[in-house]
Design a protein. Structure first.
Length: 175
């Protein structure tokens, strides 16, 4: 879906949480989407005025801005109503979040979360920044990234942000 948005020059919004994990993960996706020539912007909500997670006021502004894809970082798995709102406005959402899954999952285009029921990925202790790093690695490794001439080893330049987000979010340093 991300490469489809890039090829169609659709606007993508990275919607990151306001903590170190959300910001570092947003930095990683910013770097990856920049390298891939995407039309995107980053939105970080105000901790005191908007609180945690997706909020309808911010999403209303994103709708007005003609976005077609939102990629969340460190939020989204509990935002069932907000994802329904974006779906009703023709915006797909890819959730990149490591928090516990609720009993009812949001109807997102995709949910990248190692704690999701039935998930077979062998490592369950990622923070969202680590998941964003894995998304960036997958994008860079894709055949569809070849025209963008991503240099071998480009992902190593994302590791400092991944390390900061991982340590700051206090996920287990194992595996």
């Amino acid at each position: 879906r991300i490469f489809d948005a890039i090829s169609r020059e659709e606007k993508i919004v990275i919607y990151g949480d306001y903590d170190a994990d959300g910001i570092c993960g947003s930095v990683i996706l910013h770097s990856a989407l920049s390298a891939l020539g995407a039309n995107f912007e980053v939105y970080i909500p105000d901790r005191f005025h908007e609180g945690y997670g997706l909020n309808e006021k911010a999403l209303s502004e994103i709708v007005k801005g003609d976005a077609k894809l939102i990629i969340t970082v460190d939020c989204g798995v509990t935002d069932v109503d907000e994802i329904a709102f974006t779906n009703a406005h023709g915006i797909d959402v890819i959730i990149v979040d490591h928090h516990l899954m609720p009993p009812v999952e949001p109807a997102a285009y995709a949910i990248i979360n190692p704690k999701r029921a039935g998930e077979t990925y062998p490592f369950k202790f990622f923070c969202a920044t680590g998941l964003a790093f894995k998304v960036a690695c997958a994008l860079f490794a894709s055949e569809r990234a070849k025209p963008f001439d991503i240099k071998e080893g480009a992902k190593k330049w994302l590791l400092d942000a991944a390390a900061i987000g991982t340590v700051a979010d206090m996920v287990p340093l194992v595996g």
